[in-house]
Design a protein around this ligand. Structure first.
Ligand SMILES: CC(C)(COP(=O)(O)OP(=O)(O)OC[C@H]1O[C@@H](n2cnc3c(N)ncnc32)[C@H](O)[C@@H]1OP(=O)(O)O)[C@@H](O)C(=O)NCCC(=O)NCCS
Length: 196
């Protein structure tokens, strides 16, 4: 059966400038070493909530991740970006699990500790959710995180995502099962606005 495709899907990954000195640009335009350095600088903290960084410990593994991200973009499955601030790669953000048939997607994000608390994720998230809804025509963007991830939850709520409920034992986090909270922003909700 033929998969439904997005009618206005971009032919190249967009660059989303969300501050004079910060933008989102495709994951694979970064050098693998830049992303590896980001993970290595902050590995223990990032892996607490994003256990998949454990699979990114070498340049080869990063090259594979980037190639997969490029394939996912070509197949209309995901848009993975790095957050660049003053030319440095300081985080990763993406719309993944894109489903044209239901006009929906999920969002994920991380920023290194040295750039936390500056509102970069808020501004990047606002730009990306607006892009998803305005350019791709999404009607729902979902966010899931571990119920104990207070900072992740705060970020979603600040962006205007609404809590929908709890998925019990939704992920195996290192050595134990944890519940996930589910948040969503729909096309009917107020769009996130630039703060500050
Ligand atoms: C979750 C995570 C992405 C949040 O990052 P963050 O920097 O706190 O998020 P924001 O960009 O929204 O910044 C908000 C903070 O910046 C402050 N801020 C400063 N200027 C701001 C501005 N112009 N706009 C918005 N917030 C601003 C806010 O007051 C807030 O501070 P507070 O947390 O002390 O209240 C980050 O903690 C992280 O990467 N954690 C590890 C990975 C993770 O958990 N990912 C998500 C789940 S998979």
């Amino acid at each position: 059966m033929r998969r439904t495709l997005f009618p206005d899907y971009p032919s190249v990954m967009p660059t989303l400038q969300f501050r004079a000195n910060a933008h989102l640009t495709s994951l694979w335009t970064a050098a693998p070493g830049e992303v590896l350095d980001l993970f290595d600088r902050d590995r223990e903290r990032l892996r607490a909530w994003c256990p998949w960084v454990d699979g990114c410990r070498s340049l080869e593994s990063l090259q594979e991740v980037m190639a997969a991200a490029r394939r996912d973009f070509d197949e209309q499955k995901a848009l993975w970006f790095v957050i660049r601030h003053r030319d440095a790669v300081v985080g990763v953000m993406g719309l993944y699990d894109l489903r044209a048939s239901d006009r929906r997607s999920s969002i994920a994000c991380m920023v290194e500790e040295a750039h936390e608390g500056l509102g970069l994720v808020y501004d990047a998230g606002a730009a990306l959710t607006c892009y998803g809804m305005d350019a791709l025509g999404l009607i729902r963007i979902e966010a899931q995180t571990a119920a104990e991830n207070r900072r992740g939850i705060k970020t979603m709520e600040r962006l205007g995502f609404r809590r929908e409920g709890v998925l019990r034992c939704a992920q195996w986090l290192h050595d134990r099962p944890v519940d996930n909270v589910v948040y969503s922003l729909t096309a009917q909700d107020p769009r996130p606005r630039r703060i500050g």
